[in-house]
Design a protein around this ligand. Structure first.
Ligand code: HPA
Length: 275
């Protein structure tokens, strides 16, 4: 694995003209942010050595290096989901590569079903914490000390500092945000009504099929994380209706520009706070 990470990182470094320190992973159909990236270098996943190839509809599957708000970023348009059949090492491989390239901060987005009765469809939820409900753990197996410690701390899986900054940015722009715990589960089924109730009871505010593996591996690698989830449907008793992938994408589309705005200003702030 170490050899593969190095090989892929070396390949990407040779293609990317800059040294990005901020990585971005965009969820299902959430490619709007890419329209704000300038000076783009696009690298399709299927040309990257050791990268799995994304299959799900709504994912164009490429890495994009460029500038967001003038700041160098490395964005993944489309991610690798566990439900597609990849194992957790494959799902999280790009995060390992990001670390090897020099990424220090990871911004992630996804679509999810809200189980908090106070949420509305189209809400942007700043992820304050997560519950790992996947059947496989990305760090199970041999630990490479070069990559991180055997028993990583997860007490601040999502950076409190970045959450506070994002909330200020949202308030300044009059963008409504909610906050909550994201439960990551394998899918590909959406939840039964009983499962939505269960995810609420165990402490979740929203449930989705991604993000948790990448954030675990990022924390293992010492990368700080920030995440936003777009609430595309509600798993709240009395409000549960049939959900489809298309509807999830449509809702995602309509509020994406607001999320993009937050991510963009946050990127600029992260950069400035390092100067
Ligand atoms: N459940 C799981 N994943 C999802 C949902 C949901 O209701 N909505 C969007 N992704």
């Amino acid at each position: 694995m170490l050899e593969q990470i190095k090989q892929t990182a070396d390949f990407l470094k040779s293609k990317i003209p800059s040294q990005p320190e901020i990585g971005i992973i965009l969820g299902t159909g959430l490619g709007n942010l890419v329209t704000q990236i300038t000076d783009k270098t696009e690298i399709p996943y299927n040309t990257i050595p050791n990268f799995p190839v994304s299959t799900v509809e709504g994912h164009s599957g490429k890495l994009i290096a460029g500038k967001l708000g003038g700041v160098d970023v490395l964005a993944m348009q489309g991610r690798f989901h566990y439900y597609e059949g990849y194992d957790m090492k494959q799902v999280t491989f790009p995060v390992r590569v990001m670390k090897a390239i020099g990424i220090e901060t990871l911004l992630v987005s996804n679509a999810s079903g809200g189980v908090n009765p106070g949420f509305e469809i189209g809400d942007l939820m700043i992820i304050t914490d997560h519950i790992n409900h996947f059947p496989e753990h990305p760090l199970r197996g041999k630990n490479y000390n070069e990559l991180g410690t055997r028993f990583p701390d997860m007490s601040e899986a999502y950076s409190k500092d970045l959450i506070a900054r994002a909330k200020k940015i949202a308030a300044k722009n009059n963008i409504k945000v909610v906050e909550g715990v994201y439960v990551g589960t394998s899918g590909p089924t959406f939840e039964t009504p009983a499962e939505y109730v269960y995810f609420r009871k165990i402490g979740g505010d929203a449930v989705g099929m991604s993000t948790v593996p990448e954030v675990i591996v990022a924390n293992h690698a010492g990368i700080r994380c920030f995440g936003i989830s777009i609430i595309t449907d509600l798993g709240v008793p009395g409000k549960i209706i049939e959900v489809s992938h298309e509807e999830v994408q449509q809702t995602g589309n309509s509020v994406q520009p607001l999320m993009t705005q937050i991510m963009k200003e946050l990127t600029v702030e992260i950069f400035k706070s390092k100067e």
